[in-house]
Design a protein around this ligand. Sequence first.
Ligand SMILES: [Zn+2]
Length: 105
Amino acid sequence: MTNRPGTHECEAFGCGRLIHARFLFCLRHWAMVPWDTRRMLRTHGKDRESTLYRYSLLRARADIADEEVMRFAPSTEEEIRYDKAARTIGVEAERLLECIVRGEA
Ligand SMILES: [Zn+2]
């Protein structure tokens, strides 16, 4: 998909909605981000290359995918897909957090 200038796709798994470049998620998905994660994103958003920012973004994406799982009936193709995404992104976030804690990142 070719984005219009100043836009990009929502960062949520499976969304693809085009949004203004200054936002990370479309409104629907931003509403699913827990308050503590929103606070982390704001705090570390000044340096988007920082490990803490990357961790916050992964945490938000995992939480959103986790929330999306609830929309689907158990064991349907979509439910399985979102559940897998939530766990994969969650594991990635936890790995990064372990590196932060150990002082390796
Ligand atoms: Zn979205």
